[in-house]
Ligand binder design. Structure first.
Ligand code: J2J
Length: 547
């Protein structure tokens, strides 16, 4: 029915997860209905709307909105199993939209607002999506016009505006009868398609099922002590795995708590929301955590805004130990380090871990059912404490990407282990330290950029003979995109030339190199490949430049 190549867990493994009660068979949205039935007036979602008025949705309202939204999706011709690209701003509307998709079995493909024609067209064709649903205006970009161009150049049939699909807040969304099919999907059916920022060019899609994603969200909520009294501030882009389910929106709503949606990660915006709504926990990438620390440093009184904040999760890229140590004393809340991936495995430090673990490690697997291997380049297990390549399997780590049979043979072992591409060290206490990576990506403030894709784009510039994209360290973003090129004989290449080509190709702005180095030749490894390690060292900014 789905017309997608999805790799399932082997039957015996799936059976064991079910027998152990990890996979429960229902729909991810069921828990929200249960809360609406028992506590309809409890606040589920709140936050500023696009017109800056503040919105409050109770669990009762949320279910009504999700029902009406689902009916609108059906009226637009979408059916269970259809995929829809979702490219929306961070507002409360995302939540009823997500629930409507889950209830109806319409599978959202979680795009980023930074994606442009190139990425959206690829994702539409990769997932054979039927529609794209957008916020019409995000920071001055006309996403509806963009979406219409993507419809014209891909397999998509239509572009929808989220404002036409999700009813306005305060309009008492009419109760809609869903018929018997309302809660049909569940269990091993696809719930959402997440994007990998991994290697190998344009993003891959990861199919998360109701069973595995439900287990993911519940387990993360358990580790983080999420309860009805949790007030979670969703700051990161909502379609990312971290704010979506680790524990994020799904974990917090599953436990009956409140989700506050922030339109921006800026401390001026978020601090005000924390104070106004008594936020108790949130999740940030290290660059944003750093901005929050700087804000308190510059305006010490603003720390009072964070009085209600108990737990700050930080993950997505390596948090420097020196920054980790400042979080407790300067922001007045507990830190939890999270080393996760949209492909599954989530590691977390625990709430009762000693400071040494919380500030110097990226935690341990959140489930006792996660399987880990740390191997050397020959595939042998490294000694405990030595760095090696991390491989993993488990009840919420799917066994392959969608429609990617050839790539899956590289990214997964024949017996289903996912090669994370991360280099980690396991301490004697079981906690992991992320030492680096063996994958060709640039982690720009938590957003993963494929070096290969940047190079493909650079090769569109006729004056470029060879191109190599590498990450260089950056004080504010962690890493930046640096492009090295060897020009064709007698030609010159400027950063502006590269940007012009990228713009013409409709590439996301985050892929534009921040820095260009024009060289005569690339250093090569023993086997004749471009030596990216040598390039990274050569182009690392000097102390002077970093300032
Ligand atoms: C170093 N590298 C890290 C960390 C992720 C929670 C948190 C993060 C993600 C995420 C996520 C890191 N230190 N603490 O999905 O639910 C790098 C690794 C990893 C890749 C995954 C979640 N936390 N990373 O970042 O799919 O290289 O997921 O393999 O975007 O980010 O990226 P992504």
């Amino acid at each position: 029915m789905l017309n997608l190549d999805i790799v399932k867990w082997p039957d015996d493994v799936a059976g064991a997860y079910r027998a152990a009660g990890l996979w429960r068979g229902g729909n991810l949205a069921d828990a929200v209905d249960d809360h609406a039935a028992t506590r309809p007036d409890a606040v589920a979602v709140r936050g500023p709307d696009t017109d800056l008025t503040h919105v409050d949705l109770t669990y009762g309202d949320l279910v009504d909105h999700a029902r009406t939204t689902g009916a609108n999706l059906v009226a637009a011709g979408l059916r269970a199993g259809d995929r829809v690209l979702v490219q929306v701003a961070n507002t409360w509307r995302f939540v009823p939209l997500l629930l409507a998709c889950l209830r109806r079995g319409v599978v959202p493909v979680m795009c980023l607002t930074g994606h442009r024609e190139r990425e959206l067209t690829h994702l539409a064709d990769l997932t054979r999506a039927r529609a794209i649903l957008v916020t019409a205006d995000v920071r001055g970009v006309d996403h509806l016009a963009l979406a219409r161009r993507v419809v014209a150049g891909s397999c998509l049939e239509q572009a929808l505006d989220i404002d036409d699909v999700v009813p306005r807040a305060g309009s008492s969304a009419r109760a809609v009868t869903e018929g018997g099919a309302g809660h049909g999907p569940g269990g091993e059916d696809p719930a959402v398609l997440l994007l990998s920022g991994g290697t190998g060019g344009l993003p891959k899609a990861i199919c998360r099922t109701h069973d595995d994603y439900g287990y993911n969200a519940r387990t993360a909520a358990g580790v983080c002590g999420v309860s009805r009294s949790t007030v979670y501030l969703a700051v990161l882009p909502l379609g990312h795995n971290f704010p979506l389910a680790c524990p994020g929106i799904l974990g917090v709503l599953g436990a009956g708590g409140t989700v506050v949606v922030s339109p921006s990660p800026r401390p001026e915006v978020c601090f005000e929301l924390v104070r106004r709504y008594g936020v108790t926990m949130t999740a940030l990438v290290p660059t944003v955590a750093q901005r929050w620390l700087d804000h308190v440093g510059q305006d010490p009184a603003s720390r009072g805004d964070l009085d209600s904040l108990r737990l700050l999760q930080v993950g997505g890229s390596r948090l420097a130990d020196s920054v980790a140590r400042r979080i407790g004393p300067e922001l007045g809340c507990a830190l939890q380090q999270v080393f996760g991936m949209a492909e599954g495995l989530i590691n977390m430090t625990r709430l009762d871990d000693p400071d040494d673990v919380v500030t110097r490690t990226q935690g341990r697997p959140m489930s006792g059912h996660d399987e880990l291997r740390i191997l050397d380049e020959d595939g042998a297990a490294v000694a405990d404490g030595a760095p090696g390549l991390l491989l993993t399997r488990g009840p919420y780590t799917p066994r392959g990407y969608v429609n990617a049979a050839a790539y899956n043979r590289e990214a997964f072992t024949p017996d289903g282990w996912f090669r994370t591409g991360d280099v980690v060290r396991r301490r004697r206490d079981g906690n992991l330290v992320v030492e680096g990576r063996d994958k060709d990506i640039i982690n720009r403030g938590g957003e993963k950029i494929s070096a290969e894709d940047v190079e493909d784009l650079a090769y569109r510039c006729p004056a470029v003979l060879h191109a190599a994209a590498v990450a260089v360290p950056d004080a504010s973003l962690g890493e930046r995109v640096c492009l090295a090129v060897v020009p064709r004989e007698g030609r010159t290449v400027t950063l502006e030339d590269i940007h012009t080509e990228m713009r013409a190709a409709g590439a996301a702005r985050t892929k534009y190199p921040d820095k260009l180095h024009v060289v005569d030749a690339f250093p090569l490894t023993g086997v004749g490949k471009i030596d990216k390690k040598a390039l990274r060292l050569r182009f690392a900014p000097t102390r002077e430049e970093e300032r």
